[in-house]
Ligand binder design. Structure first.
Ligand SMILES: [Zn+2]
Length: 384
């Protein structure tokens, strides 16, 4: 490994700046009086809010376009607000506006206004499941560029496919386009962010103030040799006389999705990206291989974001039911699609597995005092 690569993989733990003495403990969430900026010191809204240990996860509303993945993972503690933005969604302003609202809400409640408020940024980390536009366009198109509002400290990215070009439709290879757009945006507008590129088969814990966030990189590159041929066979071998030129690159990038498991106390959430599972009776597809590599116990969770938005992926229901979802009464599958969800929903209902989708609004989960609750947030500004 080159020395430069080692340096890029080093991490800076961005500790909250101590303001906890400014306010006595007063209930669930409280907002501290702002500190005076000293010199060129960066100020973050994350350090203006404190509270009892809790995890808040927002599955951001989808209406138009019909599918989009953007999740806010927020750990609140006496150390402040620790935020991970998982994917970013379509380039439709939704995620951008929600993050701006979050920043404004904290500033308002902390009593920071006018020119003083302009000094405060929202401090974030970015996790990308895979490089498809419905997961990343909002980031490179908007959020990463808005450096006056957002400050990214780290970015965690899935490994790059070695899929050969020139044979398939290269325009559909997200690692060739969306990944490059993202990298350009982060290097131009968020140069302080440390890039962490995972390797195939690597599992990594992201350091957090409380709880645990663990990433699971795809065990293999689905764009390489035997795996690529298997993708071809699984996805197009049976039904189609010919393969659309864009099909294999899209399936490879989906299959190479990085999974993420987020937990606090006894509750956990699994984010599956667009990992593929199309044929219920096979056991060698990307989702199956992910489970075989890391083990059911490492991945099993209470709330599962259904693979590939839930769209027409009913084959994944069986795997989730028997291998991935917990037996807690609160267990739930979340479909992040507003249209085309019927097949997945039907299959889940048939198996007595509860599910929700995001057509009615964002879904906000809270884990606190080892209890879990959720609400649908309709046109609301607040996710706190
Ligand atoms: Zn995708």
């Amino acid at each position: 490994m080159k020395k430069a690569e080692l340096t890029r993989r080093e991490f800076i733990k961005t500790a909250g700046k101590g303001l906890s003495l400014l306010a006595l403990f007063s209930g669930v969430i409280r907002f501290d009086a702002p500190a005076r900026a000293q010199g060129n010191e960066e100020l973050f809204v994350n350090d203006l809010i404190r509270g009892e240990d809790q995890l808040k996860i927002t599955f951001l509303e989808v209406r138009d376009p019909e599918k989009s993945d953007a999740f806010f993972i927020m750990y609140l503690s006496e150390k402040g607000l620790d935020i991970i933005l998982h994917d970013g969604g379509m380039d439709d302003h939704k995620t951008y506006e929600a993050l701006l609202d979050l920043r404004s809400e904290i500033l308002e409640k902390a009593g920071v206004t006018g020119d003083e408020a302009k000094k405060y940024k929202l401090r974030l980390r970015s996790v990308i499941s895979h490089f498809h536009g419905d997961h990343t366009y909002a980031l490179d198109g908007q959020i990463l560029r808005m450096k006056q509002y957002f400050h990214f400290t780290e970015a965690y990215l899935p490994p790059i496919t070695s899929l050969v070009t020139g044979v398939y439709d290269d325009d559909s290879n997200g690692d060739r386009w969306e990944r490059v757009r993202y990298m350009n945006a982060i290097e131009t507008f968020q140069p302080q962010a440390k890039i962490r590129l995972l390797e195939y088969g690597e599992s990594l814990v992201i350091p957090t103030d409380i709880g645990e966030v663990r990433l699971f990189a795809p065990p293999v590159d689905w764009g390489e040799n035997d795996e690529r041929l298997k993708m071809f066979e699984v996805f197009y071998g049976y039904k189609r006389a010919y393969v659309r030129p864009e099909a294999i690159p899209i399936c490879v990038i989906n299959g190479n999705s990085m999974c993420m498991r987020v937990s606090l106390s006894d509750y956990s959430f699994l984010f599956t990206g667009d990992i593929e599972k199309r044929i219920a009776n096979r056991s060698d597809e990307p989702l199956d291989v992910m489970i075989a590599h890391y083990g059911e116990d490492a991945l099993r969770s209470d709330i599962i974001k259904y693979p590939h938005h839930g769209q027409q992926r009913n084959a994944a229901a069986k795997v989730i039911q028997y291998q991935l979802i917990s037996d807690k009464p609160e267990a739930m599958c979340i479909l992040t699609a507003s249209d085309g969800w019927e097949q997945a929903g039907y299959e889940l209902t048939k198996r007595n597995m509860p599910w929700m989708d995001l057509r009615q609004g964002s879904i906000l989960y809270t884990v606190k005092d080892n209890k879990i609750s959720h609400e649908v947030v309709k046109d609301a500004k607040s996710f706190l």
